[in-house]
Ligand binder design. Structure first.
Ligand SMILES: NC(=O)c1ccc[n+]([C@@H]2O[C@H](COP(=O)([O-])OP(=O)(O)OC[C@H]3O[C@@H](n4cnc5c(N)ncnc54)[C@H](OP(=O)(O)O)[C@@H]3O)[C@@H](O)[C@H]2O)c1
Length: 338
């Protein structure tokens, strides 16, 4: 075998920094590491990630709880995907030969939750349907807040809840990631919006544009004497049956998140309860898609959707950012600057 020639060029370094995880657990299982950059398949877009955001799904996947999440995303005993992070914004670095919508240099944002995650890294690869052009008026950090939480809010109100202009909407968990977008999207769709939050987040929910804000530590919304056409519950910590009396006779309750037990109860028992009560009890299973990313972009560019960013962390601080979210201190969204 000939000896290696000293004139053969060394292969280009193709590594990147990423937050990796090899087991389920607390934020201690996450570490910053040098890993291989994703390869670009024919139908893939390689994005240089400028920002990502953290949502409740991130810490569920990190901890592997509730157990159901392991069945849905794979990895019964250890995570199938080493790099977490679904919501990103960045610049296209390279595209596969079959990609038609994007080219290197384009600014994009997107949702990687159906394409293997990988957002907490310097580069991420996604099919083009998972991405859309970044709203022109938003920074990378602000754009990275929209996928996942914004999509969930939009689909819960418009598709599951069938919201019509003029209806009365109640948003539970109005100060959180999903809730802060739900308040604004419901207003943009012409609803009369009441947001529910804990005391120190009341002012923030009012600033989002809610017509009324209820501090749930002071007032039990189910006893406040008002009825709603649509209840979006992003903080389901009470059984859905508690809210049936404050739904109008044709009203709809949509479970989005909260405690696993209460969410599953709404999912499984909802349709029976709907028939019995004459009211609709539904649950959201959000689906990322490009058309809805475009809707969020249009709302943002029209000034109807303004992300509320609580804090921004560096890539190495992802574990701290997740602790901050789990703590329930966050108002709106937490972002990662990569
Ligand atoms: N079904 C789907 O497809 C889908 C999609 C996306 C997200 N989700 C789920 O939606 C939920 C919300 O997500 P997120 O990203 O908005 O989370 P988040 O940013 O952590 O917000 C959750 C909000 O719930 C409120 N909250 C927490 N504990 C509460 C309690 N015991 N009683 C009343 N309110 C409470 C908190 O506000 P206060 O401090 O004001 O209480 C917080 O603002 C999560 O469970 C997530 O997994 C579901």
């Amino acid at each position: 075998m000939p000896a290696p020639s000293s004139t053969v060029p060394l292969p280009e370094v193709r590594t990147m920094k990423a937050i990796v995880q090899s087991e389920y657990g607390s934020p201690d299982v996450l570490s910053l590491a040098e890993v291989e950059r994703p390869l670009v398949p024919d139908d893939g877009v390689l994005v240089k990630v400028h920002a990502a955001s953290v949502d409740a799904g991130v810490w569920h996947l990190m901890r592997g709880t509730p157990f159901l999440i392991r069945l849905v995303f794979g990895g019964l005993s250890k995570p199938k995907h080493a790099i977490l992070g679904s919501a990103i914004a960045g610049r296209v670095e390279a595209v596969g030969t079959a990609v038609t919508q994007f080219q290197p240099g384009d600014e994009v944002f997107g949702d990687l939750s159906e394409s293997g995650f990988g957002g907490f890294a310097e580069y991420a690869c996604a099919p083009e349907e998972a991405l859309a052009p970044k709203p022109g008026n938003l920074s990378f950090e602000a754009a990275a807040t929209l996928p996942v939480s914004g999509l969930a809010a939009l689909q819960a109100l418009r598709d599951v809840g069938q919201l019509q202009a003029g209806q009365k909407v109640l948003v539970l968990g109005a100060s959180g990631g999903v809730g802060s977008f739900a308040v604004q999207i419901a207003k943009a769709l012409g609803a009369d919006v009441t947001g529910v939050a804990s005391t120190h987040k009341v002012e923030m929910v009012a600033k989002l544009g809610a017509d009324y804000v209820i501090d749930y530590t002071q007032t039990d919304v189910t006893l406040a004497g008002k009825q709603y056409d649509l209840i979006l519950d992003a903080a389901a910590f009470r059984p859905f049956s508690a809210y049936l009396p404050i739904l109008t006779p044709t009203g709809t309750y949509v479970a989005v998140g909260g405690s696993t037990g209460d969410f599953l109860r709404a999912m499984v028992l909802g349709s029976f309860a709907s028939k019995a009560a004459g009211k609709q009890v539904k649950s959201l299973e959000s689906k990322p898609n490009q058309a809805d990313l475009m809707t969020l972009k249009e709302l943002a560019e029209a000034g109807k959707l303004i992300p509320f960013i609580d804090r921004t962390f560096s890539l190495g601080e992802v574990p701290t950012a997740i602790c901050y979210l789990e703590d329930r201190s966050v108002k709106g969204k937490v972002t990662i600057r990569v």
